[in-house]
Design a protein around this ligand. Structure first.
Ligand code: ATP
Length: 201
């Protein structure tokens, strides 16, 4: 269990857990950073996207214009599949390289944080999977307050992902995040102790 997957739902607390782990000195690789890196200007990923979707997806500086890209895939499942077919393999390679680099630097464990690990099936690559979960009501309140969204929009946003219960079902460990930040920090400490004691390196 050198490589540990970390996921959850919208606003369930993944990034907060990731930061708590970083504070403990654990390297955490963020799949969002990978997703941006593989389509940065000058990458083969961006060149392929332009080949498929045309240069209207670029901004004036030649970088990916995310709003244009979103508009292209918004109502076209085929375009979404094409986007994923280009970016997902590159993201996997990017994350694999980062994992190798962290392990080579002597870190015994690396955590990979990714929002959609369960939805994409990517979770199967991680024999140890941590899911940060909370009650649906807690999730709704956090989305409404963090994103300043009315309830109906927040519910619709949450409904774009698998329910947290479905993610819990495939988890090795579940961190429940319904209380405050001190409780979350305690839960992360307890989990990390368990993971490191189970498999000392
Ligand atoms: P997303 O994938 O939607 O970006 P996330 O799962 O990474 O979300 P966080 O960004 O960690 O979630 O948390 C969502 C919001 O809830 C943040 O504003 C965060 O500060 C807050 N939050 C998370 N956990 C707690 C907690 N235990 N107590 C109070 N606020 C919390």
């Amino acid at each position: 269990m050198a490589v540990i997957g970390l996921t959850g739902g919208i606003a369930s607390g993944k990034s907060t857990v990731a930061q708590l782990l970083r504070d403990k000195g654990v390297p955490v690789i963020d799949a969002d950073v990978a997703a941006r890196a593989v389509v940065a200007p000058g990458t083969p990923g961006l060149a392929k996207l332009v080949q498929v979707f045309g240069d209207t997806i670029l901004d004036a500086e030649g970088a990916l214009n995310r709003a244009s890209m979103r508009a292209r895939i918004g109502s076209d499942p085929n375009a979404y599949a094409q986007l994923n077919a280009i970016t997902h393999p590159a993201i996997r390679v990017w994350i694999g390289d980062k994992i190798a680099a962290e392990l080579a630097q002597g870190h015994p464990r690396v955590v990979v944080e990714a929002a959609l690990l369960v939805e994409t099936g990517g979770y199967r690559m991680y024999p140890t999977l941590v899911v940060v979960s909370c009650e649906p009501e807690t999730q709704l309140k956090r989305v409404m307050s963090r994103d300043q969204q009315p309830e109906d929009q927040a519910r619709a946003f949450i409904a774009t992902q698998l329910p947290l219960a479905a993610k819990e079902a495939v988890a090795t460990y579940v961190i429940r995040n319904d209380a405050g930040l001190p409780e979350l920090a305690q839960a992360v400490d307890t989990l990390w102790e368990e993971i490191t004691q189970l498999d000392p390196k």
